[in-house]
Write a new protein. Sequence first.
Lengths: 234, 120
Amino acid sequence: VTFLTKERGFVLVSLLLILPVFISILAILGASSFLLKTDQETRHQCRLELLAAQKTVSEDLARLLLLNPLADSLRKRRALAPNPAALAEITAEQMALRLQQQILIQHARLVSHHAPLMAQQKISSALNRSIVGISRLSPRFSLHGGEFPLEASPEDSLTPHYETDRNFEQRQAMKVSWTFPVENYLSANTNTSWMKSNFENHHVNLNSIHAKGECSATLQMEGRQWRPILNGDR
Amino acid sequence: LNLSNQRGTALLEGVVSLPLFGLLISITLAGSYLAFARMWLHHESYEALICLATTASVESCENRLREKTHAVLKIGDFYFVNLYRDHLHAELHAQFRCGEKIQFHLRDSLRLPLLAGGLR
């Protein structure tokens, strides 16, 4: 009887010795799975938001460029105005067109500027859905909006002819990048907090490991139209 | 006599159980590596498709896929990687091998442009 008890004890002790190995493996797999899922979701939201914003900008741009023939014709008519009454009539038409041009330009610039901010909110929501308590995660964001750079000629005209800047594709690029320590991720989630304590027990410094993500989108000339496209390394 | 018997039993059991524990740990480690590899390969395959939908060249997307995979998966290598894109689709077909017998077949595609429902 004594022998049997000791044999059982030996097996039990051996199992207890390898138990931390199993738990560590499970913790690493679980953490990786959670992080990959979160990474995919946040990138997805970011791409979707920036592409949608660039689509809106491309529509504004197309409408603005469509106004060019009318702007050109009004400038020519103004130069040839026979009398002050005709000049006043043309000026009124120019003012109305200028308003349309400015509305399109300002709207496109507003969207270009605010899109990264909207993307940040979507990313935060995505993180919030997968993690309990976004405030404890404290991700750091870096935002870069599009400039919507245009060249107006002549610059002093009421209704100039607008063209895209030579570096439009680069200058219109919107970019959002974010980072947070993996430690915050694991401790913020009730499902993963046990993993954090397991890593800490094995002296793994999670604070030095950062989860990073980024996405960027711009407009690219395709055929004769500007189309939204995600930016990549050439 | 009793003591030496106990020692003998423990030694015998150790000789029998240690390889078994070793085997158990090996299987667990291999299984975990393969599970993680599968997860990572699917993630990177999707990212490669997204890369195809960007301004990047097909070659740079393939290099990126290989580099990112090699950086994380130290065991195994791509047997082949085929990336293709046209105006309507981005496609990936690849095979990753861990040794001779374990292979991961990766086949995925995205509709382009991404805003027309390609993103998922």
